[in-house]
Design a protein around this ligand. Structure first.
Ligand SMILES: Nc1ncnc2c1ncn2[C@@H]1O[C@H](COP(=O)(O)OP(=O)(O)O)[C@@H](O)[C@H]1O
Ligand SMILES: CSC[C@H]1O[C@H](OP(=O)(O)O)[C@H](O)[C@@H]1O
Length: 401
């Protein structure tokens, strides 16, 4: 019989007590369940006498946001812990350290990052993070390059593809990002004030063709080991440090899906400035900060990725002059298309974002939703023709003229 059961706060303490070399024998420990995501339990365990603390993250056998009617594999805890270990080996400072993975309980014991804040919250509060673009560009360049056929032994890569087959979590993405938002699905949460704009999305055949192309890439383009859900709620941040968490959606997919996820969530905050900023000058200023960050992310990512390729490329044919330019243009195009898809799903899909939904002023919230839909759909439609990151930024700026 399986030992799996969801832990209580008290059981989490008992489990933590048994971990070697963490807490003093018999010392008082406290436990709080702090999970605010859509899927898992997260326990914060601390030892007041020493100030030491750890996080226990436990997968539930269903999607917490919906309930037991949506069963979900516990294997995602393995995927998450293995992805974190690979990411740590490539970017040691940019992910939490995993102490232990316990398959029977679908439990990962990891470094407590409570001295950081979730980036979505920081952006909602109007914080700026000048080092973020460099940090996330490094995370993206190193994890995407060294897990791909460009930077990893190509036989070993095939083994990795096997290990990270993640059908149930991918199915969530296939449904919630690449299907439901484009039809009157019961999974959607359509804000009544923008029903007209949402219905236009449902009826737009030109848009649907592009979404089908992106869906096909998500299903078939096994380019790199992705984080798979790299939104600003999966990033812990403080002035001098960035940590990426929560890679349970990891699988082999198109590089642009991760880069696009980061950009989409910055653009959702860009749209939310309708209600988050107090006046038009500060709104413009914060939006310029966000688009400047997006430009820096792409520029730094591209430079670092090219440098890795020059120094560590494993494939002779891939060094043919002109191929890297072609390859990176395709990554940019995928990035733009996936950024658009990730924006649209957060406006009238199942799981939305606090940047916009927490706006108290209904008119501002509606404007933000319409702006986000306008940017998202325009990015999707332009995905196969863009040639520079500035075109993405122009699309965003045009939507708020
Ligand atoms: N390593 C960590 N250190 C501190 N808090 C964490 C850590 N990991 C997760 N959390 C907290 O738990 C919340 C949910 O975690 P997350 O991994 O995003 O779960 P889910 O997979 O359910 O979305 C985060 O928003 C954060 O508040
Ligand atoms: C039914 S899962 C919905 C949504 O939740 C996930 O996000 P998170 O784990 O960070 O809460 C993911 O984005 C899924 O698409």
């Amino acid at each position: 019989m399986s030992a799996y059961h969801p832990l209580t706060e008290a059981e989490a303490i008992e489990y933590a007590r048994k971990l070697p070399d963490l807490f003093a024998p018999g010392s008082e420990l406290s436990s709080r369940e702090i999970g605010d995501g859509n899927l898992n339990l997260v326990f914060h365990i601390s030892e007041p006498s020493s100030g030491k603390s750890i996080i226990l993250k436990q997968a539930l056998p269903y999607a917490k946001v919906v309930g037991e009617s949506w069963p979900l594999t516990l294997d995602r805890a393995r995927i998450e812990s293995e992805a974190l270990l690979i990411q740590e080996s490539l970017c040691p400072k940019l992910v939490p350290h995993v102490h232990v993975y316990e398959p029977e309980l679908a439990l990962t014991v990891m470094q407590d990052l409570s001295d950081h804040v979730i980036m979505r919250k920081g952006l909602i509060e109007g914080q700026r993070y000048p080092l973020f673009a460099g940090h996330i560009a490094t995370f993206l360049a190193r994890t995407l390059f060294f897990t791909s056929d460009l930077g990893l032994n190509q036989q070993e890569k095939k083994e990795r593809v096997k290990r990270f087959i993640n059908p149930e979590l991918c199915k969530i993405t296939e449904d919630l990002i690449f299907d439901d938002p484009y039809t009157d699905s019961p999974n959607n949460n359509v804000p009544p004030a923008i029903r007209d704009a949402v219905e236009a999305v449902w009826q737009d055949n030109e848009l649907h063709v592009e979404v089908a192309i992106l869906r096909d890439k998500f299903l078939t383009k096994a380019q790199s080991l992705l984080h798979g859900d790299l939104h600003t709620g999966s990033i812990f941040i403080k002035a001098d440090s960035t940590k990426v968490i929560d890679p349970e959606f990891a699988y082999y997919g198109p590089m642009g899906f991760d880069i696009g996820a980061v950009i989409a969530n910055l653009l959702l905050n860009f749209a939310a400035q309708e209600g988050l900023s107090l006046d038009s000058a500060s709104r413009r200023d914060y939006r310029d900060y966000l688009t400047g960050t997006i430009r820096d992310i792409w520029t730094k990512f591209e430079a670092e990725f090219r440098a890795l390729w020059n120094e560590h490329g494993v494939d002779r044919m891939f060094r043919t002059p002109g191929f890297a330019d072609y390859y990176l243009q395709e990554v940019l195009r995928d990035t733009v298309g996936f950024a658009g898809s990730k924006m649209v799903r957060r406006i009238h899909g199942l799981a939305q974002v606090a940047d916009i939904n927490q706006l108290q002023d209904e008119a501002a919230r509606e404007r933000a939703q319409r702006i986000a839909l306008a940017i998202g759909t325009a990015l999707i439609k332009s995905n196969r023709s863009v040639t520079s990151i500035d075109q993405l930024i122009e699309t965003a700026d045009k939507a708020v003229l």
